[in-house]
Design a protein around this ligand. Structure first.
Ligand code: S3P
Length: 430
């Protein structure tokens, strides 16, 4: 993929359905006996993996235009899968499904691609075992495949040492079929999409930032759900607009859940001119974001802010490399166990483009300045591919991006939208 510097553009865009929310909508609808209609789900490879796994356990899922119809049934009526459940590149699929299946009546093996096979699973195996689950990571160091033998679970109190929405969600989904109450305390609050989705499907669940509790043995009710646009996908274009002087961008119908909007707070702290309008708040906040381009300054972030922007740190690192002054990101060691080691991989590539940056065990520092076109590699990581594409659009000269096709893991139409912004910029200057 060859990328050149973009001209200032004025555009209004929409982004695909939120990936995190789409996984949950499918997994929760699949357990609610009856027909649920899910509108505007993410068409990403990750969400496709969740759909395929659910089909393998006997859930009928059909698409009619932009609506996905799911014929749910209670967990005891799911079928034992004949083959391994392939979670592909999706940690959310593997961790949430493992939690859910731990309380079923069947055996299943969950496998992933090379990247997922290298990601830590002990973080769910430990607490699910405490609930009485039979779950095993099949390789050393607690890596996938996972073998789950469903059985009776008991509710449990969990204090999570790592802030992880995937772990919290796996335990809440397990808690739904356990006896008694499952309570979870988090070190720092993480995205609450599972809690909101369960509530929308009629579950009596109590939650507040950093805490959630669910009573086992509840039956869910089908629901008709509208998926908000993915703020993590929007973030690439928000940053591109924010670092392009003279650019104006509106992103419509995008999720504005406060557990996900850390990227907006950082862009404001960097000096970006950005406004949000909330159109509805239930079951998920949705609205539009307007951003104008200009010159940004470096930022510092760490602690409780990290889970609110963990997936946006790669694109914020690109913004930092183009800003004035120093940026420091701490308490983000989780970046090392994502689809790639996002600290080492990203900094390696940004250095190719002339960025002055330094790795820390739990983050990085960047001295802002300019970027120059270079040959860069996505390391097969979708968020790195999109971050480097934006870096290429803001660099002097030509950037050649290797491994760009992996964007489909979360955002199939990413390059089509990017192209529309390039054309909008050219049209303004024609
Ligand atoms: C996700 C939670 C986060 C995030 C991931 C999606 C989710 O992971 O990085 O992209 O859908 O729950 P962790 O739970 O590992 O922090």
């Amino acid at each position: 993929m060859e990328i050149e510097k973009i001209k200032a553009f004025r555009e209004k865009i929409r982004v695909p359905g939120d990936k995190s929310i789409s996984h949950r909508a499918l997994l929760v609808a699949a357990q609610a006996p009856g027909l649920s209609c899910l509108c505007g789900l993410s068409d990403s490879e990750d969400v496709k993996a969740t759909r395929q796994c659910l089909r393998q356990v006997g859930i009928a899922i059909e698409d009619e235009a932009r609506t996905t119809c799911v014929l749910g049934k209670g967990l005891p009526h799911w079928h034992e899968p004949e083959a391994a459940l392939s979670c592909e590149n999706s940690g959310t699929t593997m961790r949430l499904l493992a939690g859910l299946l731990a309380g079923s009546a069947m055996r299943a093996t969950l496998v992933g691609d090379a990247s997922l096979s290298n990601r830590p699973m002990q973080r769910i195996v430990g607490p699910l075992t405490l609930m009485g689950g039979q779950i095993q990571a099949m390789t050393d160091k607690g890596r996938p495949p996972l073998m789950v033998t469903g059985g009776k679970l008991k509710g449990c109190d969990h204090r999570l040492p790592i802030a992880s929405a995937q772990v919290k969600s796996a335990l809440l989904l397990a808690g739904l079929s356990a006896t008694g109450v499952t309570r979870i305390w988090e070190k720092h609050p993480t995205r609450d999409h599972t809690e909101r989705m369960l509530r929308a499907f009629g579950c009596n669940i109590d939650f507040s930032p950093g805490y959630a509790e669910v009573q086992g043995g509840q039956t869910l009710r089908p629901f008709h759900f509208q998926t908000p646009g993915d703020i993590s996908g929007a973030a690439f274009f928000l940053v591109l607009a924010a670092v392009t002087p003279g650019a104006e961008l509106v992103v419509e119908n995008v999720g504005l859940n406060p557990t996900r909007t850390g990227v907006l707070d950082v862009l404001r702290a960097m000096g970006a001119s950005l406004t949000c309008t909330v159109h509805r708040t239930e079951p998920e906040p949705v609205g539009s974001i307007h951003v104008s381009g200009g010159h940004l300054r470096g930022f510092r972030v760490g602690g409780a802010d990290i889970p609110r922007l963990i997936d946006e740190l790669p694109i914020l690192a690109v913004a930092a490399a183009l800003a004035t002054g120093r940026t420091e990101v701490r308490d983000a060691a989780e970046l090392r166990v994502k689809e790639s080691d996002r600290i080492t991989a990203l900094l390696t590539e940004l250095r190719q483009m002339g960025a002055r940056c330094q790795e820390l065990p739990d983050g990085f520092t960047i001295e802002g300045g300019r970027l120059s076109g270079a040959l860069v590699n996505s390391h097969g990581d979708h968020r790195l591919a999109m971050s480097l594409a934006v870096a290429g659009c803001s660099a002097e000269g030509i950037t050649l991006l290797r491994g760009a096709e992996c964007v489909a893991v979360s955002y199939r139409g990413f390059f089509t939208t990017l192209e529309s912004l390039v054309k909008a910029g050219e049209a303004l200057y024609a």
